[in-house]
Structure formats: C-alpha cells, structure tokens
Design a protein around this ligand. Structure first.
Ligand SMILES: NC(=O)c1ccc[n+]([C@@H]2O[C@H](COP(=O)([O-])OP(=O)(O)OC[C@H]3O[C@@H](n4cnc5c(N)ncnc54)[C@H](O)[C@@H]3O)[C@@H](O)[C@H]2O)c1
Length: 267
C-alpha cells in the first residue's frame, strides 16, 4: 500500500550567494508548492537580509530537519558538508558538480548515500541535453567537444587572469584547451558544466574543453558537439548571467528548482 504523502517538504541551503538568494526567493514566494524554505548554512557572522534562519554549523542545519539540502556554495563546501547530509538521510542537490570529477569524493558520496538511504542529485545546471548524453552512452562511448564562452567579467578572479590579460583583449580569445579533469580543477567556479558533461557520458577523458573570453559577449555561451553510436547532438546555449554573480547563469537556479520538483514527483 502506498504511504500517504507528506504535505510539506523542507529545504535548506548550503550557501546564500547569488544562486542561493534566487532559490530562496522562489521558495519563499511559494513558486514550489508544498515546499518550505528553512534557511541556509552561511559563512561569516553578518546576518543576511531576507534569510529567516542561518546556521554556521552543519549540525544545526540538520537539526532543523530538512528533507533535502541544496548545495550552492562551492566545491569545498560540497566536499565538507554533503557526506554528513547524505549519511543523515537527507537528499542533496549539488550545484558544484565540478567537485565530482574527483573519483574518491564520488565514491565517498555514493557510500554515504547508501548508508543514509539518501540520494545525491545532479541538476542539468547551465546546460541542457544531459538526458540525451546519458541515453546515448548506453549504446557505446560518446565523445564530446565543449566550448565555453563568457564575457570578460565572468573570468575575473579565476585562473584565466594568469593565462591572458583580461583588461586588454579586444576579441574573442581561447585561453584554455584541455581535458575535463584539468578544466574542472583549474576553473572550479566555471567548470561545473564540464563536470556534468563528463558524468553524463561516464568518462572524463571523452570530453575535450575550450574556454573563451569574449569582450563582445553579453551572455554565457555553451557549445557542444557529442558523437557516438546513437548519433550526433549539437547544442548551443546562451544564458543570461546572474547580475549578482556573472560567473553563474540565471537558468542554473531554476534548473536546481526543477531538479527538486521532479525529485518530488512534480510533472
Ligand atoms: N552546475 C552548474 O551549472 C553551476 C552553474 C553556476 C554555478 N554553480 C556552482 O554553484 C555555486 C554557487 O554559485 P553562486 O553563483 O551562488 O556563487 P556565489 O559566490 O554568489 O555564492 C556562494 C556563496 O557560498 C558561500 N560559501 C562558500 N563556502 C561556504 C561554506 N563552506 N558554507 C556555507 N557557505 C559557503 C559564499 O560565502 C557565498 O556567499 C558555485 O560554487 C558554482 O560552482 C554551478
């Protein structure tokens, strides 16, 4: 017999930056019916306006009793906090997918999820088409060429600054060519898409990456061509950046909300 569904599900965030604030705003506005926003795990002591409850220790977040935790804080935070959430039986949606390029962390998280009978969910984030890649890989190896092109401002504060002079480039410039693992390690704030691709095709070495700074770009553009036995997919996505953090795309927040909604059975 089916168990009666609980009417209210509770979500807590790890991180309350650009993505966290959009997600919290949507939840507080009731745009995911039946979901209550509990609060966020934050660093620092300055209270955030618009945040009812905040915690500095994971134990306090878990004590609030979330059903699901959304990580929107960065790779280090995912590595530090996701194991504890999963072990405590709390499902986790991970935004900082780049961290999962580390095979030992992946194995540790799957282990914690098994122990806690919980799930680690990976949203499609700034990109689409991951469902196609996951399906295609069942037919055989899939090779992906990915090109990520963002406005110059989006690369400030990243390793790109030591590879090109961002203040003087006048045209679209490729500053990185390499494999998915290297891209994720060197560009932790920007390589989540690359990691999501590598996980979708099940093999980081099957993904080659080009990263581009474009002074004329107003959007974050992702282009990929993937080929395998199933056929070929060519995808080009242009995302509006979040005004509060141009390194992140607005759609990512909604992809996370969508992952939560589908996880809880919303069509
Ligand atoms: N999957 C995707 O496609 C995708 C797209 C964009 C961003 N992201 C990831 O999402 C993360 C959040 O993005 P954002 O735009 O909100 O970044 P942001 O920098 O605006 O916000 C991150 C917030 O997390 C906080 N934080 C850092 N470590 C923390 C910790 N240990 N505990 C609690 N809070 C902590 C920071 O102080 C900051 O306020 C980024 O790390 C990025 O890697 C993923």
């Amino acid at each position: 017999m089916k168990q009666a569904r609980r009417t209210l599900r509770r979500i807590a965030l790890i991180g309350f930056g650009a993505l966290g604030q959009v997600i919290a705003g949507e939840l507080q506005a009731g745009h995911l019916p039946g979901v209550e926003f509990l609060g966020a795990l934050v660093t620092g002591t300055v209270p955030h306006p618009g945040l009812r409850s905040s915690w500095s220790r994971l134990e306090d977040l878990l004590a609030a009793g979330p059903d699901l935790v959304v990580e929107v804080a960065g790779q280090t935070a995912l590595e530090s906090h996701a194991p504890g959430c999963l072990q405590a039986g709390c499902d986790v949606v991970a935004a900082s997918v780049g961290a999962l390029m580390d095979a030992s962390l992946r194995a540790r998280l799957w282990d914690c999820a098994r122990q806690g009978e919980s799930r680690l969910l990976i949203p499609s984030g700034a990109l689409g088409g991951l469902d196609y890649l996951r399906a295609a890989r069942r037919l055989g190896p899939v090779h992906v060429n990915y090109r990520g092109c963002k406005p110059v401002a989006a690369w400030r504060g990243t390793a790109a600054e030591s590879m090109i002079d961002l203040s003087t480039i006048s045209k679209s410039t490729v500053f990185f060519r390499g494999g998915a693992e290297e891209a994720a390690a060197r560009f932790p704030q920007n390589a989540n898409v690359v990691a999501a691709l590598a996980l979708a095709v099940g093999d980081p070495s099957a993904v080659t990456v080009e990263l581009v700074a474009d002074p004329g770009a107003r959007t974050n553009r992702h282009e990929l061509t993937a080929q395998g036995v199933a056929g070929t997919i060519r995808l080009s996505v242009e995302n509006s950046p979040l005004p509060t953090n141009p390194k992140s795309s607005r759609v990512t927040a909604f992809s996370i909300l969508d992952a939560v909604a589908s996880h809880w059975g919303e069509p």
